[in-house]
Design a protein around this ligand. Sequence first.
Ligand SMILES: [Zn+2]
Length: 250
Amino acid sequence: MTKFTHDAEEEESMDSKPTFEEIISKYSRALVLVAHPDDPEFFCGGTVARLAQAGLTVHYLILTSGDKGGDDRSLSNEELAAIRVEEQEKAARHLGVAQVTCLKYPDGFLTPSYEVLRDAVRYIRRFKPDIVLTQDPGALYTRGVSHRDHRAAGLIALDAVFPAARNHRYFPELLQEGLEPHVVRELWICRTTEPDLDVDISAVFDLRTEALLNHKTQIRDPKAFVERMNNYRASQEGPVLERYRRLVLG
Ligand SMILES: [Zn+2]
């Protein structure tokens, strides 16, 4: 396009914004790095389904086992954690995810410690994702207060991707494990207040709902949940979207 006016320039930059399909056509692996079992489906489940359907290998790295997510006093924290990890595996399989890894840091007290950052970098160097999807480290509140673990997971993901995973001077012990630096191409921040990438999940919306229903400890009334999801879908005038802030790291 020939640029004559300021408006033309603006138009061009709008035109040149790549679509989800164009972006992912260059890539083969995506990692969802979040705090709790059920976060992947709630935060980006439709996108996960679309990535898997497009042929990308999708892995989950979940930093805690969600051992505080439930008020049933007959279950110990350990029992609840074991159930939630199993629920997560079923939900992930439903969306076509290849592998789920749970690091089992304590739920509710996630911090960007040396250990958790090193574990995240280890995973990234091993799996070599092109895209990492994570939670918004800056969102103190959206509709309600955002969970501290979600913010911490976002911060851990950002710090792990840049610069630690790509810089051999971080965690030299990982080099001894044979894990060379890896450059993650893009970070997608879920449920951000500053989205610049829309993913149309209309075609996989029901698949996402079905995947979510595997999180039985988190959904007390499945019938009411499905109704709520269907009402949400019906309330959308256009396509159902999952929206991201996209950081291109090259
Ligand atoms: Zn969560």
